[in-house]
Write a new protein. Sequence first.
Length: 329
Amino acid sequence: MTQPAHLTRRFFLQTSATGVATVAAGVPAFAATSVNFQLSWLHSVQFGGSYIAADKGYWSDLGLDVSLSQGGPNAPVEPPVVSGTALVGISAADYTAAAVAQGAPFKIIAVAMQKNPFAIASLAGNPVNTPADLVGKRIGMAVANTPVLQALCTLNNIDINGIEIVPTQYDPAPLVSGQVDCLLCWETDLPVAMTVQGVDNTTMLMADHGYALHSQTYIATEDALANRRADLVALLKGEVMGWNDYFADTDAAAALAVDMFPDAGLDLEAQKLQAARQVPLMFSDLTAENGFGWFTDETVASNIETLALLGQDVSADLWDRSLLEEVHG
């Protein structure tokens, strides 16, 4: 249901279409197993933990020769995973639910973003701090994201008719110029862009007001779970090590992303800000206790409720925690 939202957001992030398409994770001295890992978009610190896993040889130490395949507007995640060209892809619960409804044999095997990154951004002088503050405001957004806003309103007993939806491109300009009072966006991009430009802004994270939807999720097919389980476990182990290093030094992760992809048009300061803002989305008391990527029956149940508000009917067996249980032991 929210596919167009991701696309409009991602076009904003696309600063160059000439970014390196793949990067090999080390050159093993033995016959390592080749694995293609399909990312959800263009290279940036959004995937910083994976870059660290590649750079530090975590995967090669585990017997894998991993290629990180860049996504993009013409490179959706689901087809290569379905076809077996990619062993694992980075997706989101709503994408995966939509694909499964069309017959794709996917399972969500880990969750990077514990909190959904959707946020309402506003200027500090006219802030939106709670869903109730939206009433009487003009919100800039893609019309295709109306179900997302409706879900937030339903969860918080707000009448969506009291909010003026203004169709906008995915850009901070309409907010900065006063055409709208707030924007529906990701916590980690338009607010970062405004901050880098010196625009004082604030965000209200929708996840803090009931919008529970796993993002940056790892998907694999049922066939891969049955026949390439050892490779999946090794891939996730490397990811966990990489993201734990990311957590310890987000500035280093940002610098690595800029260094690894010099043609991607990445700005170091913006990458540092994005890297830091991702931390509270990806790491929580739950991950501190159980490990990176973790999810529970309770978080799954909350996701199912939010997906229902988006018009998607899914069951708990869309998620499979068995690989994480093996990874974290």
